[in-house]
Write a protein that binds this ligand. Structure first.
Ligand code: EPU
Length: 335
């Protein structure tokens, strides 16, 4: 472990914000993680995974611990299921591809999501009709407060839409994740808007898990900017969930408001639609802006500061609130 001082985080955040950490260290094992935390017990610590869901608005004055634990194992538990374990530092999309190579089904709809395996449970990553919790078994968690490691099962994690216990309890650090995937008789989930259309466009009638992955990748590539080319952190806000009364009230002025029932008297409204109606879609402010094909994604065209992007997010919240009386909740972690 090499402790670095005044270390640039430019290559450690997908927004490509050029800030520095006062101290930075990369850990490659649980023992290294324990060791560094014991020594630095009283310091301000930030644990960093793939950096794909974070916005740095200033230099970080404490210690950043970059979680780089690698490795994965597969164990067949019955004729149709395997448990796959992966360490936190594995890249999520490479992990999805690895599972596809082994013909393991269940996470193909989560193809191309940026970030690492360890961050996946934090916001219960979800896309195209699948959420991590659908295949989740457990994860190994390091508790920074007492330097112990404990297994958290599905119920312990309190998963919800873009939420889990790890979003608020920042001292709980995910070291590895266990998922239950199918070996055969895969469940093909292509019902989410767009996936079936894309499969049809590809001329595929009986899709395999690889076909679903390809369809999802095509849709994402069309709509979402690749962080390798344009700095971004995916959806900046969560989709708000409102009651029927609210939908009816908005319908008076916006008859076409899209909404999806999530449970009794609870409806999800696409935040992208609210932002588009508020006039921000595709807005370019020079160094930063709102993406032209998906208004939920704020982008750094180059050399924007985290403060620029944060201020833009506040303006969006303000205008959306003025028009719809809805308070958009940030999905990205603001530091
Ligand atoms: N829409 C607009 N304007 C836009 C884009 C979308 O009005 O610019 C409306 C349309 O009505 C569209 C609807 O929003 O039908 C849904 O759009 P989309 O399928 O792109 O999904 P989303 O709700 O905007 C969520 C996730 C994405 C995930 C997609 C696909 C959240 C916060 N975001 O976006 O996740 O890829 O669904 O499942 O739930 C991420 O978390 O970083 C992320 C990209």
């Amino acid at each position: 472990m090499i402790l670095k001082n005044n270390y640039s985080l430019l290559n450690y955040n997908s927004f490509k914000i050029d800030v520095k950490a006062k101290e930075f260290v990369e850990v490659n094992s649980t023992d290294e993680l324990k060791e560094i935390c014991k020594i630095n017990n009283r310091k301000e610590i930030l644990f960093l995974g793939g950096g794909s869901n974070i916005l740095f608005t200033k230099d970080f004055q404490g210690l950043i611990i970059h979680l780089n634990l690698k490795g994965k194992t597969i164990e067949k538990i019955d004729s149709n299921h395997s448990i796959i374990s992966a360490y936190a530092g594995e890249n999520w999309n490479k992990f999805v591809n690895y599972c596809l190579e082994k013909n393991l089904g269940g996470i193909e709809n989560l193809s191309l999501i940026p970030g690492n395996v360890g961050s996946a449970p934090v916001q219960n990553i979800g896309a195209y009709g699948t959420e991590l919790k659908d295949v989740f078994v457990s994860c190994e968690v390091f508790n920074q407060k007492d330097c112990t490691v404990k297994e958290y099962n599905l119920d312990d994690c309190c998963f919800d839409y873009r939420n889990s216990i790890f979003k608020t309890k920042k001292h709980l650090i995910i070291i590895s994740v266990k998922l239950k995937l199918t070996n055969k008789d895969h469940y093909i989930n292509s019902s989410y808007g767009g996936v079936n259309d894309e499969l049809e466009r590809l001329g595929i009638k009986n899709p395999t898990i690889r076909d679903v992955s390809e369809a999802v990748i095509n849709i994402r590539n069309r709509k979402l900017p690749d962080p390798k080319n344009i700095g971004n952190a995916g959806s900046f806000f969560k989709n708000p969930i409102v009651d029927l009364k609210k939908i009816e009230a908005i319908k008076k002025n916006f008859i076409d408001i899209p909404n999806f029932k999530v449970e009794e008297n609870k409806f999800k409204i696409p935040a992208a639609w609210l932002i588009e109606k508020a006039g921000f879609k595709g807005k370019n402010f020079g160094k930063f802006g709102v993406h032209k094909s998906q208004s939920l994604v704020l982008v750094n065209y180059g050399n924007a500061s985290g403060k620029d992007i944060y201020k833009l997010s506040l303006s969006i919240k303000e205008v959306v609130n003025k028009i719809f009386k809805i308070n958009l909740e940030t999905e990205v972690n603001i530091i």
